[in-house]
Design a protein around this ligand. Structure first.
Ligand SMILES: [Zn+2]
Ligand SMILES: [Zn+2]
Length: 442
């Protein structure tokens, strides 16, 4: 995937001699999936330059505009985004749906006669509006996952996956536990929602994160909906991300002051013992994420013992999409490839096709339940499937139920509710235990 920053400033455009290097335009990032799919993240004043660049290359220009929220610094470039004026172009526009105010109305509002001479309805391109909630969808060859951010407006972060690379865009966001005293430097977040925020970045190749304030400034800015840059580093470190772009720069911060923030953040990443690469997002800056590229630093590698655990595919089968997503994020953090099914029959088919190293099965699923799938696999001719560690996910951990599962050939249980950290530790144990059972040749 290719990334280009067109606007990196937060709150208010701040062009001028003091912001030449990092730029003065507000939020706008261009992303190209490996298949060429064009995604534009936010539509602040930076969208003007992007729009000009897109139409200057001529021809049809279709794309997907993903808006975190409709604060001005994220939509003011919308009426100036040239591809929207050209008949024949098609643009899909996404933003979190708020009760009583849909995306289309919010964008039309800033184009009312008092504010702008052209109405939304007069734009030449075909425009399709999509009100989003948390979830997953695909545009072209890019898998998109959305998750709510903590901000005074309903805001969504976007996780984009294409060609084996992951970009997460999380602006604007404030930590859920706002009192710096509740956690010491370098400690992982204590609040469950903060941990979920970190999980959203799991294994990302690039995290573009709100870093409007410094820790020193933060006590005066608590509740304004933004993150101290140092904590953006902590999130990226905890998630095992490779690169962090400090983003949504405060309009009061000039280039030299931003250099100092970047330096503080680099030292913090270094002190945490990782090789997370930290930089300040700058207008015109580009990042290229190439499939199979291993030259970039990799933080939080899985332990060597796990890397040798054999095939790295894990099958997760559950009809609850929240559980599937939670497990997928947790496992991908440790470098596993996760294949998923939401019913028993699909699970069985995928198990035969993929021959995974571990299978996590929900007890109660449509088609065939976890016990039936277990019995079927234990009777396979293929020894890989006969012996694969098979873990049942259940809310019922009573002795009677567990005995029935073990009788069917279940290896172990994962009892709901569970935490990702817990799952990761258990997965290591299941895989390592399995290796020890295999007779070793000298
Ligand atoms: Zn903003
Ligand atoms: Zn905002």
């Amino acid at each position: 995937m290719d990334v280009r920053f067109w606007g990196t400033r937060g709150s208010l455009a701040k062009p001028g001699p003091t912001t030449l290097r990092y730029g003065g335009n507000t939020s706008c990032v261009e992303v190209r999936g490996v298949d060429g799919t064009l995604i534009v993240l936010d539509c602040g004043t930076g969208a003007h330059g992007l729009g000009q660049s897109l139409v200057s290359s001529g021809g049809r220009c279709d794309g997907h505009l993903m808006i975190t929220h409709t604060h001005w610094d994220h939509i003011q470039g919308f009426p100036f985004f040239a591809p929207l004026f050209i008949p024949g172009n098609t643009w899909d526009i996404y933003a979190p749906g708020a009760l009583g105010q849909r995306l289309e109305q919010a964008l039309a509002g800033q184009m009312e006669y008092n504010y702008f001479p052209i109405t939304l309805a007069q734009l030449g391109a075909t425009i399709r509006f999509h009100d989003l909630v948390e979830g997953q969808f695909a545009v072209g060859g890019v898998r998109v996952t959305t998750q709510y951010l903590n901000h005074p407006a309903l805001a969504l972060g976007y996780r984009l996956e294409s060609g084996g690379k992951v970009i997460v865009y999380a602006s604007d966001h404030e930590p859920h536990a706002p009192n710096p005293a509740v956690r010491r430097e370098g400690e992982p977040p204590m609040h469950g929602e903060d941990r979920r925020h970190v999980e959203f970045f799991a294994g990302a190749d690039l995290v573009i994160h709100d870093a409007q304030y410094t820790l020193e400034e933060y006590p005066q800015k608590t509740g304004w909906g933004h993150t101290p840059a140092e904590w953006a580093v902590d999130y990226a470190v905890a998630a095992g991300a490779r690169r962090l772009a400090l983003y949504h720069h405060d309009p009061l911060r000039d280039d030299e002051a931003l250099d100092r923030v970047v330096e503080i953040c680099r030292r913090r990443a270094g002190a945490a013992g990782t090789v997370l690469e930290v930089f300040g997002a700058a207008e015109g800056g580009e990042v290229r994420l190439v499939e199979g590229d291993t030259t970039s630093p990799r933080a939080a590698r899985p332990p060597e013992s796990m890397m040798k655990a054999g095939p790295h595919t894990i099958l997760v089968a559950d009809d609850d999409p929240t559980i599937v997503r939670l497990l997928t994020l947790a496992l991908e953090q440790d470098g596993f490839r996760v294949v998923t099914a939401n019913d028993g029959k699909t699970a069985l088919r995928l198990a035969r096709l993929e021959r995974p190293a571990l299978i996590l099965l929900d007890w109660e699923m449509p088609g065939a339940d976890g016990i039936e799938v277990t019995r079927a696999l234990r009777n396979e001719a293929d020894p890989v499937l006969r012996d694969v560690p098979l873990v049942l996910i259940t809310a019922q951990s009573g002795a009677e139920n567990t005995a029935a599962g073990f009788a069917a050939g279940v290896t172990d249980y994962l009892t709901k509710p569970f935490r990702p950290a817990h799952v990761r530790a258990r997965v290591q144990a299941w895989l390592l235990r399995r290796r020890d059972e295999v007779p070793r040749t000298p």
